[in-house]
Design a protein around this ligand. Structure first.
Ligand code: HEC
Ligand code: HEC
Ligand code: HEC
Ligand code: HEC
Ligand code: HEC
Length: 167
């Protein structure tokens, strides 16, 4: 019995240790500000993600951009008010960095323009229900994998050449 316990504890320790070593993220992404997508559904995604119809990169707006519409704090909760005041009063608007959720490795080429404009795909196909979020997700709502890209490309008879997606 004692021996079994020891084995179990050692294995748990090993898994935990390896996790720390490899930098597994237990908590996921924590955004600097609690952004509410749902409160902004009156406007098109492209208003903020300005490259999404014209470039490869969709882009995430800086808080300097938010201030164009929100000269005063657009807040519903005291903790948000505090966050917003820290940001807009200290002149550190540019320094607020949003963490990235979705990402492909550097050797993969992906273009938003091609998928949103030419293929006419809805954002939700690849990003899930981002539009309905009232707080920033800590993990991607969908997984982006090579299999997923290939499945759709096969179905829609688009190139599945390695060189089409890999630089
Ligand atoms: C066919 C799948 C697909 C569709 C459709 C799609 N995206 Fe993306 N999106 C991705 C992938 C893949 C990445 C990661 C790209 C990278 O790492 O360069 C990404 C990254 C992003 C990012 C963060 C990185 C960046 O490019 O600035 C934003 C913001 C984004 N998408 C918004 C949108 C919006 C808004 C729409 C709809 C108008 C949309 N996406 C449609 C696959 C998609
Ligand atoms: C094009 C104008 C526009 C831009 C740009 C904009 N907002 Fe808003 N925002 C609105 C409108 C309209 C509402 C909904 C009406 C309201 O609650 O004031 C809103 C609501 C909000 C709210 C209140 C949401 C809630 O929980 O009720 C917050 C917080 C907010 N915006 C933050 C931001 C942040 C952060 C950015 C930048 C990433 C941003 N806004 C960019 C127009 C804008
Ligand atoms: C008022 C500005 C604004 C509008 C409008 C907006 N977004 Fe965003 N979006 C943001 C901000 C700020 C973030 C980073 C914080 C977060 O994750 O909530 C973000 C993050 C994202 C991401 C994750 C990017 C990444 O990989 O890190 C996706 C996907 C996304 N938005 C999709 C959409 C879609 C789809 C729409 C339209 C239905 C939309 N957004 C409309 C401001 C906006
Ligand atoms: C839901 C369907 C769908 C998904 C998912 C999808 N694609 Fe596509 N993709 C398309 C369509 C449709 C086209 C053709 C658009 C056009 O040019 O008319 C395309 C075109 C492309 C092209 C240009 C191909 C060429 O022949 O030049 C590349 C590169 C590409 N996609 C990469 C990706 C990557 C990388 C992913 C995964 C991260 C992905 N796609 C996910 C539907 C999809
Ligand atoms: C439609 C786009 C697409 C095509 C075609 C494609 N790949 Fe990929 N590939 C991807 C994406 C996206 C990833 C990254 C997946 C992830 O992040 O999990 C990837 C990842 C990989 C990886 C893993 C690299 C790593 O970072 O771990 C290898 C190896 C690979 N691809 C080889 C190939 C080969 C060989 C072919 C041709 C037979 C091919 N791919 C065709 C989109 C594609």
């Amino acid at each position: 019995m004692e021996r079994l316990k020891l084995v179990v504890i050692s294995i748990a320790g090993l898994v935990f240790g390896t996790g720390l070593y490899l930098g597994w993220d237990w908590e996921g992404v924590r955004q600097p500000l609690s952004f509410n997508h749902q409160a902004h559904t009156a406007m098109a995604c492209v208003v903020c993600h300005r490259g999404v119809e014209t470039r490869a990169v969709a882009s995430i707006p800086s808080t300097r951009f938010c201030v164009r519409c929100h000269a005063t704090a657009p807040v519903t909760r005291p903790d948000e008010l505090q966050q917003w005041m820290n940001i807009s009063s200290e002149g550190i608007v540019e320094r607020v960095k949003w963490e990235r959720l979705y990402r492909v490795p550097k050797h993969v080429y992906f273009s938003h323009r091609r998928h949103v404009v030419l293929a006419e795909l809805d954002c939700a196909v690849c990003h899930g229900d981002m539009a309905e979020r009232t707080t920033p997700p800590s993990h991607p709502l969908t997984t982006i994998s090579m299999d997923k890209c290939l499945d759709c490309h096969e179905q829609q008879r688009v190139s599945t050449d390695c060189a089409a997606c890999h630089k």
